[in-house]
Design a binder for this molecule. Structure first.
Ligand code: ARG
Length: 458
C-alpha cells in the first residue's frame, strides 16, 4: 500500500474510522481551482528564488494545469489516501510529472496553503454573491418603480398606522439589502490578506517574495505575522456574520409577505412557482418559499455560531479543529446564494392586489393627519393629538368613519376646525405630504429608486 504524504515517522496504521474522520476531500474539493492557482503561483515564487529551475517550474505548472483540468472535466480519480484537496492534488501531480512534483511543497505547509485556498475561494465567491444580491435588489427596485400608485396601510405593532406607498415598503427592504451590499464589499480587504509564505507557522526560510505572490493571486495585502497567517479564520466568521444578518433581512421580508399572502390580508398572491400544496387539504396554497427563507436564517446563524464556538479557546496557529471551518462556510454560502435567488423569483412573480390594499385603508389611519391639520392652525401637537383621538373615539362610538362626522361634530371638539377639514380625508394627499427625504411621497420614492439604481450601477 502507498505511503501517506506524512507517513515517514509512522510505523502503525491509521484506524479506518479515524482515516475517514480525518478526511476533508469530500467537501474541500470545492476549492480545487483555488488550490491549483495557489500552487502555480508558489512554483513561480520558488523559481524566482532559485529553488526550481525555469524548466522545473514549467513542468510543475503544466502538471498542475493538467490536474486542474481533470477536476474541471470530472475525470480526477480520488484515491483512498487522498486526505484533502491539497494532498490529492500533490499526489496526482507527482503521478503525472514524477518525483519533481515533490519539490513544490518546499517551504510550504498545508497550513499556509489551506488558509490561502480558503481566502482565494471566498474572494471569488463573494463576487458571485454580490452579483446575486444585486439581482434581488434590482427586481425590488423595478417593481417599486412600476407600482408607485398603490397605497396600503403602513403598520407598527402589526396595527394600521399611516398610509404609505407599496413601493415605499418594498424599498424599505431593498435598503436593508443595500446595506448588506456595502457590508459585503467592506469584508473584501480583510479576506484579501495572503497567508501563503507563512509556512507551517514560523515563516518561509527560502525567502519567497510574498508581495509578488499577493500580486499574482490578486490579494490586496500580505499577512504580516506568520502565526496569525496560518491560524486566523476571522474572515470566515465575519462572512458568516454577514450572511446571518443578510438572512435576517430576507427573513423579515419573508414574514411581511407571509402575512400579506393570508386570505385575511390578501395583499399579495405568490405565483404557483413558489408555492406548494397540502397533502390533505385540497384548497391549500402555502407560501413555502417564504417560510423556507425565514427558516433558513436560523440555519446560517447556526453555521456562524457553531464555528465561532470551534474557534473559541484554540491555541495559537494551526490546529485540526480549523478543518471544521469548511462545512459551515460552504453551507452558509450555498444557503445565502440560493435564498437571494428564491427571494428574487418570489418578488418578481408575485401578484399584488392593489384593490385589497386600498380596502385596508380605513379613515382612522388619517388620524395623525387630522392632528397635523390643527397643528397648521397653531395648536400644539400634544393637544391636537388628544383632539384627534377624541374624534376617533366619537366615530367609533357611532360606528362610522372619521370622514362621516359632521363639521359641527368637529367644531364641538375644537373651534379651529373649518370646512377644509374634509380635505384631510384623502390617502393620496396624506402620502404626498411626506415629502422630506425618506418620506413616502412620490418624489421621495423616486429619489430612493435613484439612490438604489446608482448603487447597483457602481
Ligand atoms: N485539510 C486541512 C484543513 O482543512 C488542511 C491543513 C492540514 N494541516 C495539518 N497540519 N494537518 O484544515
Amino acid at each position: 500500500t502507498k505511503q501517506k504524504l506524512w507517513g515517514g515517522r509512522f510505523t502503525g496504521k491509521t484506524d479506518p474510522l479515524m482515516h475517514e474522520f480525518n478526511q476533508s476531500l469530500r467537501y474541500d474539493q470545492r476549492m480545487h481551482a483555488a488550490d491549483i492557482r495557489g500552487s502555480i503561483a508558489y512554483a513561480r515564487a520558488l523559481a524566482l528564488v532559485g529553488i526550481l529551475t525555469k524548466d522545473e517550474e514549467q513542468k510543475i505548472t503544466d502538471g498542475l494545469t493538467a490536474v486542474g483540468k481533470e477536476w474541471e472535466e470530472g475525470t480526477f480519480k480520488i484515491q483512498p489516501d487522498d486526505e484533502d484537496i491539497h494532498t490529492a492534488n500533490e499526489r496526482r501531480l507527482s503521478e503525472l510529472i514524477g518525483p519533481l512534483g515533490g519539490k513544490l511543497h518546499t517551504g510550504r505547509s498545508r497550513n499556509d496553503q489551506v488558509a490561502t485556498d480558503m481566502r482565494l475561494w471566498l474572494m471569488d465567491t463573494v463576487r458571485e454573491i454580490e452579483f446575486g444580491l444585486k439581482g434581488l435588489i434590482r427586481v425590488m427596485v423595478e417593481r417599486a418603480d412600476t407600482e408607485k400608485d398603490i397605497l396600503l396601510p403602513g403598520y407598527t405593532h402589526l396595527q394600521r398606522g399611516q398610509p404609505i406607498r407599496w413601493s415605499h415598503l418594498l424599498l424599505s427592504h431593498a435598503f436593508s439589502f443595500h446595506a448588506d451590499l456595502q457590508r459585503l464589499q467592506q469584508l473584501v480587504p480583510r479576506i484579501s490578506v495572503l497567508p501563503l509564505g507563512c509556512g507551517a507557522l514560523a515563516g518561509n526560510p527560502f525567502v519567497v517574495d510574498r508581495e509578488y505572490l499577493a500580486k499574482e493571486l490578486g490579494f490586496s495585502s500580505v499577512a504580516e505575522n506568520s502565526l496569525y497567517g496560518v491560524g486566523d479564520r476571522d474572515f470566515i466568521v465575519e462572512f458568516m456574520m454577514w450572511a446571518s444578518l443578510a438572512m435576517t433581512h430576507i427573513s423579515r421580508m419573508a414574514e411581511d409577505l407571509v402575512i400579506y399572502s393570508t386570505a385575511e390580508f390578501g395583499f399579495v398572491t405568490l405565483s404557483d412557482a413558489y408555492s406548494t400544496g397540502s397533502s390533505i387539504m385540497p384548497q391549500k396554497k402555502n407560501p413555502d418559499s417564504l417560510e423556507l427563507l425565514r427558516g433558513k436564517s436560523g440555519r446560517v446563524f447556526g453555521d456562524m455560531a457553531g464555528f465561532l464556538m470551534t474557534l473559541k479557546g484554540l491555541p495559537s496557529t494551526y490546529n485540526k479543529d480549523l478543518q471544521e471551518d469548511k462545512e459551515p462556510l460552504f453551507d452558509a454560502v450555498d444557503t445565502v446564494s440560493a435564498s437571494f435567488k428564491i427571494a428574487e423569483g418570489v418578488i418578481a412573480t408575485m401578484e399584488v392586489h392593489a384593490e385589497k390594499m386600498r380596502q385596508a385603508l380605513t379613515m382612522d389611519v388619517l388620524a395623525t393627519d387630522l392632528a397635523d391639520y390643527l397643528v397648521r392652525k397653531g395648536i400644539p401637537f400634544r393637544e391636537t393629538h388628544h383632539i384627534s383621538g377624541r374624534a376617533v373615539a366619537l366615530a367609533e362610538s357611532r360606528s362610522c368613519q372619521l370622514n362621516e362626522l359632521s363639521l359641527q361634530d368637529y367644531q364641538s371638539l375644537n373651534d379651529k376646525f373649518e370646512e377644509d377639514v374634509l380635505a384631510v380625508f384623502d390617502f393620496e394627499a396624506s402620502v404626498e405630504r411626506r415629502e422630506s427625504i425618506g418620506g413616502t411621497s412620490r418624489k421621495m420614492v423616486d429619489r430612493q429608486i435613484s439612490v438604489l439604481r446608482a448603487a447597483l450601477a457602481a
